[in-house]
Design a binder for this molecule. Structure first.
Ligand SMILES: [Zn+2]
Length: 458
């Protein structure tokens, strides 16, 4: 029998409305009990969690693991190692790989490899359209039978509304949520950063917020028309949040997610660290202390899709997270090789890594900034994504898989991209002082990462 007792932590389990000091007993990979003075088997291993938060293993439902075909950027072993360091026990990988995950065979390949090489649970999504080309539907029923938890063309967006309508009808039939990367190609054209003051100053091609909002509105209408659950990925614009808020009030089966970079940074960051810290980053600069992290203008680690918005967009996303309009937090972890990013801003690929910084940044911007309670924040990383994707995860109920995250909400540390477990180092938060850090990540009762093992390894 393998048993572990986590003692003295503040246990926060939003799925069970539990938030109290307690012990968590794990036996043979399952949660056995949560409570005080638990009777435990003799010789059981103890983990001292005093002063820490103990919660259901965190889920990141938007991660690019780059398998198959792009393993110079990341693979299942390195991507899941980064997830474990970040406190994530489950990740959901996107299908925009090479080839795309658009057949049952590719789904089976990823699931097999993930079981062998991954250190955390990997759930797979399938493409909405064949080769993510937006022209012809993938075999959605076959993908479902092969085990996908959702369909998405992430990285791309189905432009043909009739095709999207059919995708929604099939998804509804097979009880699959549709996750959508909201980008209207005719409005965005070849934009590389948010269209506003800074794009003009920097002479970069602009990407108007309407390029996202139009598709969010389309998705609301299609969710209403078909009854399919549509989930809008990585929301970045104030208008998108307003649309979502209004639609949810009417009971439309629509939802949204936000990523830490969109509610921490703004488009001013593309003009360099000086411009950012002196204006939109003022509030954050105080916590950084004397030596502020520096980066040049046109730094491609600040290029992502959708792009960073204005301070008003950032505030709207924070408000949407605070009032429950946006129910899910995720990273959109998008690793790229140095040589791909070390080019002119126009030519660099979109995307940044995020698994190892997202919990800290979310704690800082939402809990430490007093916008959300611990329970509300943790729900956005556990119960809420589990509900959307019908995963039997995200809870510490007796009998559940013993996926547990332990974190110190007050630990201050400096993130160094070079120390990352990811194969890629393309993070805009390199050198940032962060508050809140994972202490241990437990998957199926097994500690897959802990601060202690890290110290020993060093
Ligand atoms: Zn995307």
């Amino acid at each position: 029998m393998a048993a572990l007792l986590l003692t003295g932590g503040q246990v926060v389990d939003p799925a069970n409305h539990f938030d109290s000091p307690a012990d968590v007993l794990i036996i043979d990979g399952k949660i056995s009990a949560v409570g005080k003075n638990l009777s435990t088997p003799k010789g059981i291993e103890h983990f001292d969690a005093r002063g820490k938060i103990v919660c259901p293993g965190l889920i990141d439902l938007h991660v690019h693991l780059r398998e198959p075909g792009q393993t110079a950027k990341e693979n299942l072993a390195t991507g899941t190692a980064a997830a474990a360091r970040g406190g994530f026990t489950s990740v959901v990988c996107m299908p925009n790989t090479s080839p795309a995950i658009d057949t049952a065979g590719t789904v089976a390949l990823i699931r097999e490899r993930a079981a062998r090489e991954g250190v955390v649970n990997v759930f797979v999504t399938g493409a909405i359209t064949k080769n993510i080309a937006g022209e012809e539907l993938s075999p959605i029923g076959g993908l479902k039978r092969a085990g996908v938890v959702a369909i998405t063309d992430d990285g791309h967006c189905v432009q043909n509304h009739e095709l999207m309508r059919h995708a929604c009808q099939y998804a509804k039939m097979f009880d699959l949520p549709v996750m959508d990367h909201c980008q209207d190609y005719s409005l965005v054209t070849d934009g590389v950063m948010h269209e506003d003051y800074w794009s003009t100053v920097l002479g970069l091609r602009g990407w108007p917020s309407a390029g996202e909002e139009v598709i969010v509105a389309r998705n609301i209408l299609l969710a209403e028309l078909t009854g399919a659950k549509i989930h809008c990925q990585h929301l970045s614009a104030a208008g998108s949040v307003a649309l979502l808020r209004e639609a949810k009030k009417r009971g439309v089966p629509i939802s949204g997610e936000a990523c830490p970079h969109h509610f921490t940074l703004t488009d001013a960051a593309v003009a360099g660290s000086g411009k950012f810290w002196n204006a939109d980053g003022k509030g954050l600069a105080k916590f950084q202390g004397g030596e502020l992290p520096e980066w040049p203008k046109y730094d491609t680690n600040f290029k992502m899709n959708p792009p960073l918005g204005t301070a008003r967009d950032r505030e709207a996303i924070l408000e949407g997270l605070a009032d429950g309009t946006i129910e899910i937090l995720c990273s959109d972890h998008a690793p790229h090789c140095d040589y791909e990013k070390e080019v002119e801003f126009d030519y660099a690929p979109f995307g940044i890594t995020g698994l190892e910084t997202e919990l800290s940044l979310s704690l800082m911007q939402l809990v430490h900034a007093k916008r959300l309670s611990f329970a509300e924040l943790i729900a956005k990383f556990t119960a809420n994504p589990a509900r959307l994707l019908n995963l039997k995860k995200g809870t510490l109920s007796a009998g559940a898989d013993a996926d547990v995250t332990v974190f110190d909400p007050d630990a201050e540390w400096i993130f160094r991209a070079e120390d990352s477990a990811s194969k890629s180092k393309n993070s805009p938060f390199n050198g940032w002082k962060l508050k809140g850090r994972t202490v241990a990540t437990i998957v199926g009762g097994k500690t897959v990462w802990s601060e202690k093992s890290e110290l020993v390894a060093a």
